[in-house]
Ligand binder design. Structure first.
Ligand code: F3S
Length: 290
């Protein structure tokens, strides 16, 4: 009975950067409070660990006392909220992932050029809320949403439509949505695939390969992490029994019955020690790493 740890998995560059910025702010501002607006990354263990070091996580700007440090999370914020923060007395540290920032800039650029903007993403996700604040745009989460699109298009052949994407969306699903948009509207600006960040793409590719081998897939990460859920859905769509495991505590031993090949991956915000703890529990059931 074997365990395969899929490579690459876990922390991406944007997550590492965001966590280091919080740690650095805590070290350098001992006399101040260090607030983080929204979860710095979507993982409860990361939040717990940073809280123990002194970070204060808030959901509303009103919870923060001026004169202190305020950190913007890796998912970014809308320009309206940024403006609100800048008009207050905070030492601002921006941990927005540069790849999310890139999508914000694209939204601004295409809006100025007069394009209709479509954003492939999940409603309510922090990153999506931030990008949607940059310009008027239509959010699409599935091929079905294209049917109901009400675009301002007078001349279909010369229409100007830009298609952007949430950085952690499923590569496969974004491609299908993009194809469907292209079929309905000509003259699209091709972009969806390039907005999905490299870390998301390579983690999804590696999992797809591992699904040829595995009879059980575990994705270690948090329920509220989009890239983690996309990994889970990918394995499920490929027909493999799969589970999202947030920590060793919610590992149900019954799922290993009659299983011989367990592939394990982790969301981009999952610390490696959480993966190791999960693997440690599975090893107790006589599975061995290969
Ligand atoms: Fe950035 Fe992609 Fe990670 S957008 S935070 S590198 S998952």
């Amino acid at each position: 009975m074997q365990i395969k740890l899929i490579e690459p998995r876990g922390f991406c560059f944007g997550v590492r950067r965001a966590i280091s910025l919080v740690e650095e702010a805590l070290e350098k501002n001992l006399e101040k409070k260090v607030y983080v607006l929204h979860s710095i990354v979507h993982n409860e263990k990361v939040i717990e660990d940073l809280e123990l070091k002194g970070a204060i996580f808030i959901e509303d700007l009103k919870e923060a006392k001026e004169g202190n440090v305020l950190i913007i999370s890796a998912h970014g914020i809308s320009p309206k909220l940024r403006n609100e923060i800048q008009n207050k007395d905070f030492k601002i540290i921006d941990a927005t992932c540069p790849l999310v920032e890139k999508v914000h800039k694209e939204a601004i650029k295409f809006s100025k050029l007069g394009y209709e903007i479509l954003l492939i993403g999940h409603p309510g996700h922090r990153e999506v809320l931030g990008i949607m604040g940059e310009a008027p745009m239509h959010l699409i989460s599935s091929v079905d949403d294209i049917e109901n699109l009400a675009l301002n298009i007078r001349d279909k052949a010369n229409s100007k439509i830009a298609c952007l994407s949430q950085t952690t969306f499923s590569v496969e699903k974004a491609r299908k949505i993009f194809q469907a948009i292209k079929e309905k509207y000509s003259n699209l600006v091709t972009m969806a695939d390039k907005d999905i960040c490299h870390a998301t793409q390579v983690r999804q590719d590696a999992l797809r390969k591992a699904c040829d081998w595995a009879d059980l897939v575990l994705v270690v990460g948090s329920e509220n992490s989009n890239n983690t859920r996309e990994l889970l859905n990918l394995a499920l769509d490929l027909g493999i029994e799969s589970y999202l495991i947030s920590s060793k505590k919610n590992l149900d031993k019954n799922i290993f019955l009659k299983k011989e090949k367990v592939a394990i991956t982790a969301g981009a915000s999952t610390p490696e020690y959480v993966v190791e703890e999960v693997v440690g529990e599975i090893e107790k059931l006589n599975f061995q790493r290969i």
